[in-house]
Structures are given as C-alpha cells and as structure tokens.
Design a binder for this molecule. Structure first.
Ligand SMILES: [Zn+2]
Length: 195
C-alpha cells in the first residue's frame, strides 16, 4: 500500500535537494513522477524547481485553489508508469489540499512525498505542516544545525542587514539570505529581545 511521507526541517537544510535526489532515483529506474511547487515561489521560473546546489527539474505550479486529487486523477491515464508524487514547499498546502493528497495515496495508491518547513518565522506551525505531521504515515526529519551546534528546529526571518524580523506576513519567500535556521533556545532569545 502507498504511504504519505512528510520530510520536514528548518530552512536551508536541503529539502529540495533531497526531493530532487528521490525524483532522480525513481526516474533512473524508468518510473514516472510528478513534482509540484507553489506558484508563490519566485526564486525560480514558473514550472521549475531548483536546489541551492544546482539541481533542477520541471514542476507543476499550485496555488490555494489547486485540486491535487482531481489533477492527478485526470493525468494518471496518460502516465502509465507514474509511481510517485513529490511536493516541494508543502508547508504552503492548506488543509483541504492535504486531504486531497491523502486521497491520492489511499484511493489512487500512489506514494506522496511532501517536503516542508515545520514552523514559520514567529515559531507558529504552517497549516500544511500541521496536517502533514498529523496525517502522514512516515515522518522524516532532515536535520540541520544552529550556529551553536545544536539541532536547528526554528526559522528566523532577517532583514537586509541581518537583524531579526518579528512582524509581517507568514508567507514571504526567500532563500538563505532572508532566513536563518536556529535551535529553539537561540530563536527564542532573538525573538524576545526588545519585547
Ligand atoms: Zn543555537
């Protein structure tokens, strides 16, 4: 039986690299895959996914209204060797979309590998991650470390001068230059300063 996997981590831990490596492993064996990425990610051209170490692949863009179950159901007859669905930046899924990907796993018997951040820059859970952490059969942590050497579990947003940002919208796409992965202790120390 197919399963739902959630690969979670802090920023810049290599989620997209891990996704592209998994995709490569499937394709190397002659299997077909589908990769999805949110259309709000403007770091790369629409319909593309790229990792920091230079790996690239084509991807299907999704927004808040995208129906994963219907899209894959419609496409499946044209992809006889489709064996896996991969979702980048899965923290941006909404609850309905996590329900849809559960149906992709259960009704279409396709494994789904979702990759995403656990928490936002205020330390709050993302909607997609909350339900993925609750409903996925397999949770896999992609680890990265804080400057102190402890495991980084939190994401600090910084401004152009490297100062911590404490207010603002949950979704603001940026790469390594806008986010720093920190352990909880250092995240809390920076977040609570001047409060
Ligand atoms: Zn630390």
């Amino acid at each position: 039986m197919a399963k739902l996997y959630f690969y979670y981590s802090a920023m810049n831990a290599g989620k997209t690299t891990t996704l592209l490596q998994s995709d490569y492993n499937y394709r190397e064996r002659g299997m077909e895959t589908l990769i999805f990425t949110p259309c709000i990610d403007t770091r790369v051209a629409p319909g593309k996914i790229a990792s920091r170490i230079g790996l690239k692949a084509d991807a299907i863009s999704f927004d808040n209204h995208f129906d994963f179950f219907q899209y894959i159901l419609d496409l499946k007859p044209t992809l006889p060797r489709l064996q896996c669905v991969l979702i980048d930046e899965a923290q941006f899924l909404n609850k309905t979309q996590v329900e849809q990907i559960c149906r992709v796993v259960d009704d279409l018997n396709l494994p789904v590998l979702a990759y995403g951040l656990r928490s936002d820059f205020k330390g709050e859970p993302f909607e997609g991650s909350k339900y993925l952490l609750t409903w996925a059969e397999n949770l896999v942590e992609i680890k990265t470390i804080c400057h102190c050497g402890r495991k980084a579990t939190m994401n600090q947003r910084v401004d152009a001068f490297g100062n911590p940002v404490k207010e603002g919208a949950q979704i603001e796409i940026g790469g390594n230059d806008r986010y720093v992965a920190l352990c909880r202790n250092h995240f809390n120390q920076a977040f609570k300063q001047d409060r």
